[in-house]
Each structure stands twice: as C-alpha cells, then as structure tokens.
Unconditional design. Structure first.
Lengths: 179, 219
C-alpha cells in the first residue's frame, strides 16, 4: 500500500455506488453533464479515491456529503455464489483487484460475515491455484476458465507458485536452466 | 469525469512493469493530465474568488465546500498518477542501467563510426527526427544515473559490480563482432574488433562488450 504502488492506485479507481445528500453546484461533471448541478439524492458510481473522502463527513458525524453503498462486486448475490462454490466464480470480471477492493470496502463497512466468506474463498481458491501452478495442463486444459478468472493478487500468487516449483526443479538438477 | 486520464496513465505503468523494454513515453497523456490539474486549479480559484472579502467558511456553505473537496481530491489523484507513472519508468531505467543495457545507444540505428554516443551524435539523431521512447528528461536522468553508477563502481577496480553472477563454464569463448569497436587492451595484448570477424577470447575481457551488443557469443 505504498503511495507509488500501481496496483493500489488501480484499486483506488474501482467504483463505489454513492448517493449525494445535498445539492452541489457545478458538480455535474461527475455525472457526465458538465456545468449542471448535482441534485440531492443522485446516485452515482464514484471511484474509491473520491467516494471514500467525501463520505468522511458522515463518519465524523458532521455534515454528510455522500452515503456509500457496497459495490456490486461484493453484493449479496456474489457472496451467496462464493458461499456455494468459490472456485467457479470469475473474480476478474467482478473487479480486477477483487481482494484489495474488498479490503478497502471492509475498512468502510462493518461486515463480519463478508470477512468469513472472503477468507474461505481465498483459502479454497489458493489451493486450486497451487494445484494448477504445479501441474500445468497446458493452454487447452480444463483449468483455463478458472485461471482466466483470477484477480490481480491471485495471478501474482499463481506466478510465484509456478516460478517456485520451476526453480526447485532447476536447483535439484532435474531441469536445465535456460541461459 | 476527473482522474480518468490519470487512470489511463497508471494502466500504461502497469503494462510497463511486465515488459522487458521501455514503451514510448506518453507525452500527450502526461500533458493532458497536467492540463486537467491546471483547469481544476483555475476552478478552485474561481470558486474562492467570490469569498475573498469575508473569507470562506466551510460549515456555512457545505455545497461549495464539497465542490472544492472534489476538485482538490481530483488534483491529488492526478498528482499521484503522474508520480507513479514516472517512478515506474525511472525504476525501469535504473534496472536497465544496472544490467548494462545502453538505452540511449539502442534508440539510434547503428551509426557509422561506431563511437560511443556522445552528446553530439544524440542531438544530431534527434534533429533527423529519430523517435525515442524516452522523454528528454528521462534521457538526462539515464545519462546522469549511468555516470553516477560508473563513479560508484570506480571505487573497486578489482570487482565488477555489474558483472555476471554466473560462474563461467569456460575461460575462453568464441565471439563474433557485430559492430566495429576499435582496439581493446587485454592481459594478453591488444585485440582489434572489426565487424564480422570471429575471435577466441577470454570471457572476462569481453563480458561488457557482449552486454552492450558489440559482440555475440557463439555456442
């Protein structure tokens, strides 16, 4: 989570549904019609970097500017699907940075159950990823759909697991190191 | 929507991280983001102008405060995107510097004469309209970083800090000369590197020249 971390910046740009609590002049730009005012009660998908800060007033108990909602990537429907079988969900299509987004969302909302579901999801999927990383079935194997649906963090995990297994084989002298 | 251009820039940075080479500098995008920041700043100044007499009180006018906050956050966001983009690129440049790839040299087509690219050859290449994937600032950064690295390495004459960590299998290797590099001095006397000639030389003597692309190793 460094200031310069590219992934963290991209996570910051994931959208969050927000509802404006008061009329703001000249903010129509956010809606796509510049010059207009934004009405109280307007629903908008704002990036995390904007919505998070605008909602701070609400948390401090002073004037609230916007109220936040849970993003569609973490909706009830998705959580139920994750509870049923974490391995069949295409996390990438929900959000390219699914886990880091959830992390940020959980900083804003109290959702005990979501934590458990996500932990379970990660553990189950990590085992599957390790399996694929150690026994590559080639580009045409049945794992392709699953691997395509990995989020950014899981891709990293896959890469590390795959490289690790390869390095061990090289170290043990079973495989030739490429020059 | 504010910050979208900055996002594009960061996506470029993300792609850059997984590439071996450095993709072209996004001059247009960087300029557009900077322009957005200037526009936002003008907007903020405009909003605050009407309050110049009595001073601005956020709690009295929460709507304007909100507009100001959005502007400010967008500027901060753009700043972060710009900084991250340039940092990814400089990190890449430093890495290339340590591995001994001469980015400035690569930009140029093989020039006649084969001298190291001095400032004169650089400027002449740019005058011809040679497209470089580095911004002028990045070229300057690369040159100065190379100089600094060379000065740092110069403290230890018997250790080559950027040399290969792989123990050599053979002391002597066959190499082919790809570009004229003139005469070099080795422990066993001088060897003349003329293009297309093939030589049997000590690996330690020519490692740098292989990395720089003057020689090619024959297996």
């Amino acid at each position: 989570m460094s200031y310069y971390d590219v992934d963290s910046i991209l996570t910051d740009s994931e959208k969050l549904p927000c509802t404006f609590e008061l009329e703001v002049p000249g903010l129509g730009v956010l809606e796509g019609n510049p010059g207009e005012n934004i009405k109280a009660g307007t629903q908008l998908d704002l990036p995390l970097w904007l919505g998070e800060m605008l909602s701070i007033g609400a948390r401090l108990g002073t004037s609230r500017l916007v109220t936040l909602d849970i993003p569609s990537a973490l909706s009830e429907r998705v959580l139920n699907a994750l509870k049923a079988d974490p391995r069949t969900i295409d996390l990438r299509s929900l959000a390219p940075h699914f886990y880091s987004l959830s992390e940020r969302v959980l900083e804003l909302f109290e959702e005990e159950e979501m934590v458990d579901v996500l932990l379970n999801t990660f553990a189950k999927r990590a085992a599957e990823i390790a399996d694929h990383a150690h026994n590559p079935k080639g580009a045409m194997g049945q794992g392709v759909d699953f691997l395509r649906g990995l989020d950014e963090m899981e891709r990293q995990l896959f890469r590390v697991a795959h490289e690790g297994a390869k390095e061990v084989r090289v170290w043990a002298g079973e495989a030739k190191k490429r020059p | 929507m504010y910050g979208e251009l900055g996002n594009k820039l960061v996506q470029h940075a993300k792609r850059t991280q997984s590439l071996a080479h450095l993709p072209p500098y996004q001059t247009e995008l960087v300029r557009a983001v900077a322009r957005e920041v200037r526009d936002l700043d003008r907007h903020v100044a405009h909003l605050l102008n009407s309050f110049s007499a009595e001073g601005f009180n956020p709690s009295a006018d929460p709507a304007t405060a909100c507009a100001l906050l959005v502007d400010h956050l967008s500027m901060r966001r753009n700043k972060r995107c710009l900084l991250a983009y340039h940092r990814v690129r400089t990190a890449k440049l430093e890495e290339l510097c340590w591995t001994g790839v001469d980015v400035l040299e690569q930009q140029l087509p093989a020039e006649e004469g084969g001298d190291a690219p001095g400032p004169t050859s650089m400027s002449s290449a740019q005058a011809v309209g040679q497209h470089s994937s580095l911004s002028p600032e990045e070229e300057e950064y690369f040159r100065q970083y190379s100089d600094m690295l060379a000065a740092y390495k110069g403290q230890w004459t018997d250790v080559d800090l950027t040399g290969s960590l792989e123990p050599p299998r053979d002391l002597f290797i066959d190499v082919r000369v790809l570009k004229d590099a003139g005469e070099i001095q080795t422990e066993y006397g001088a060897i003349n590197l003329t293009k297309n000639s093939q030589l049997y030389v000590r690996q330690g003597d020519v490692e740098r020249l292989i990395a720089q692309g003057f020689l090619e190793r024959l297996s």
